[in-house]
Design a protein. Sequence first.
Length: 266
Amino acid sequence: MKHSYEAEIAVKYGIEVAVVFDMFCFWINKNEANENNYHDGKYWTFNSAKGFKKIFPYWSEKKIQRILQKMVDEDLIIKGNYNENPWNQTSWYAFGNMGEKVKNALSIDWSILSNAFTESVQCTKDKSVQCTKDKSVQCKTVNNTVNNTVNKRNIKESSDDTDLSATETIPYVEIIDYLNSKCSKHYKHTNRIAREKIHARWHEGFRLKDFKLVIDVKAYDWLNDTKMNKYLRPDTLFGSKFEIYLNSVAPKEKTNNFVITKGMKM
């Protein structure tokens, strides 16, 4: 695991703040590049105290909290809460006004790096030059002055408490397609609310089969109900009651004198 920082930020705010700010720059801009975690006009990243401790094992949790609070006080970041579960203590962070100015003043084009490191392969021509390449873009040389900053993109996801942990590709398209086909809907794969709800449930450990089962169960309950049909939508199905729907009675089909439960082996 490699951590680094920009010297200009370290001079003004201290090395500790500079290291943490560099981490926020990458993850917030990665979310912006992928249109994830957008709330109230800003892109956010989230993590718990335990998660931050795993990322920065050389600091205590109290020290990390002091650094974060200093960054809040300096308006480098702002703190929010977009957790659906009120008992979830995970904290959300976005750039403050000063943080936006500081980030924009850096020599790195964060939007390019975010896209590149999300869907591309990192390559190295020699020890002094770093580059990124993907299917459509030739190898791009990154300014030598930011080599140490780019090194930290090799940080592995370290905690289930953080949006840094999603090593699996979330099947947004397959989930939305399944919803549309089962419920005769026409939701787009790019629907921001749908993606946020799916992302939140995926982060909690639910997987494709769980989403399909919830769709099956509620389609059976609501599809032919004129009052409830309108709730066959992503924000309802994949919202805070997702686990309740998942554990409700499986849909049944009557065949002659027998009742066959879907999924039951005969």
